[in-house]
Design a protein around this ligand. Structure first.
Ligand SMILES: *[C@@H]1O[C@H](CO)[C@@H](O)[C@H](O)[C@H]1NC(C)=O
Length: 417
């Protein structure tokens, strides 16, 4: 009887994307839709589990888990399909993810890089068909690692993540996470760096109050720009939403700001409804001139997703001794850990290729002056077209350290592992 082997999912970083589906691309459409459904559940569950600031990438989690799903069978496979919202047909799953990954790796005007890798124990027999699926559909490399040398093995994996995230995440796994029983590590890394379509002028950044709760406020560096943006009010949910485009107009950050200082938890309860309504209403509106106040922020989250996935989302079997990964190997395997680390930094920088799109005629008809002041806890999503890549929440802003604006900082950087 073979011993049970352990596997580990390390999600390096993720970014997002999807193309508009064409008739010939049902697989991509199915995978993208599944991703969004998964993202809603994932973000809602994580938001309730965590307190404080949060940054996560449901897309990264989804891709890494789908790599495991492709090697699953029986009830294990059924649970993956159910939780990840995968297409019923495996060929469709493989081709949909392949398309998605190819699209994500070819988005112009921003840096979006998505990488997948399988680290496998030196003598662990992985089925050739599984390897082939990862190589051809997930554009994944396969590396063998000696997990009995746990420090070296951790170093190998961390070096990979570091490389794939432009040195922003330098330690994903620790030697203690790995032991000779580890058979494989599935890693997904996403790196995203984008400039605003219209940058904020650093000269306009000043300290302004950010209300942490009804009694406390903090003075934080807040960017300012008057420009044309799409924004809507949803009085029925007591929120306002604004869309801030990146240099690639298909990628934007949508900020959902509750009207009330303590409105974030009510928003979290109805997250799916509110985010859906925001997207719909934003597509129906046009750009108007608005004064935007947005605090600079930087946040990092490390999530140990194993419990969330098994206890809150119904993905139980892959973590137990009855896990069935017979598509990967004939030796019994189970998932030991799923971790994700994400990082985001938002500041002024933006592309100077200011593709100004201003329906001025419309504006002139609207004498009212609009102001969108993000000065209390808010929720945000970075999306590529309709696909959500990164989600997060800012409930406090840590430092009011003066901006090192001309230093090495990159405008928006996200990492996950
Ligand atoms: C990329 O940048 C160029 C130059 O500013 C612009 O014309 C083009 O529309 C941008 N592409 C997208 C998809 O936004």
């Amino acid at each position: 009887m073979c011993t049970l082997q352990r596997s580990f999912l390390a999600l390096c970083l993720i970014a997002s994307a999807m193309a508009s589906p064409t008739g010939s691309n049902l697989a991509l459409q199915a995978v993208s839709q599944g991703n969004n459904l998964f993202a809603h559940n994932f973000v809602k569950t994580i938001s309730k589990d965590q307190t404080g600031n949060l940054i996560c990438s449901p897309l990264s989690a989804n891709i890494a888990l789908s790599m495991a799903a492709v090697g699953a069978a029986g009830t294990t496979e059924a649970q993956f399909k159910d939780v990840l919202k995968l297409p019923n047909d495996k060929a469709q799953t493989l081709s949909g993810y392949q398309n998605l990954i190819e699209i994500l790796n070819n988005v112009e005007n921003v840096t979006l890089k998505l990488a997948n890798k399988l680290f496998v124990a030196e003598k662990f027999p992985v089925k050739p068909e599984y390897k082939q699926n990862l190589v051809s559909h997930y554009h994944s490399d396969i590396d063998s690692v000696d997990f009995s040398q746990s420090a070296n093995a951790a170093n190998t994996i961390n070096t990979w993540c570091k490389e794939k995230t432009n040195n922003r995440i330098d330690s994903i796994v620790q030697a203690a996470d790995l032991d000779p029983g580890t058979a494989l590590v599935l890693a997904n890394a996403v790196y995203f760096k984008g400039k605003w379509a219209n940058e904020f002028d650093p000269k306009d950044t000043t300290d302004r109050p950010f209300h942490i709760d009804s009694t406390k406020s903090k003075s934080v560096p807040t960017m300012y720009r008057k420009g044309n943006y799409k924004f809507v009010e949803l009085p029925e949910y007591e929120v306002k939403c604004i869309e801030l485009p990146y240099a690639n107009k298909d990628i934007s950050m949508v900020i959902i700001l509750p009207n009330k200082i303590d409105g974030l938890s009510a928003l979290t309860d109805k997250l799916e409804e509110v985010t859906t309504q925001c997207s719909v209403r934003l597509t129906q509106t046009y750009e108007r001139e608005v004064k935007v106040y947005l605090p600079k922020f930087k946040t990092e989250t490390k999530l140990d997703l194993g419990n969330t996935l098994s206890e809150k989302m119904g993905l139980t079997q892959p973590f137990t001794n009855s896990a069935d990964f017979s598509g990967i190997s004939d030796i019994p395997l189970k998932i030991d850990k799923v971790v994700q680390k994400a990082f985001i930094e938002v500041n002024e920088e933006g592309s100077e290729a200011a593709a100004v799109t201003a329906p001025y005629l419309m504006l002139k008809m609207m004498p009212r002056r609009f102001t969108f002041r993000i000065n209390k806890p808010f929720y945000f999503t970075i999306k590529y077209r309709s696909l959500s890549i990164i989600n997060g929440r800012v409930s406090y802003i840590k430092s009011k350290r003066k901006l090192k604006r001309k230093s090495s900082f990159l405008p928006y950087i996200l990492y996950f592992y």
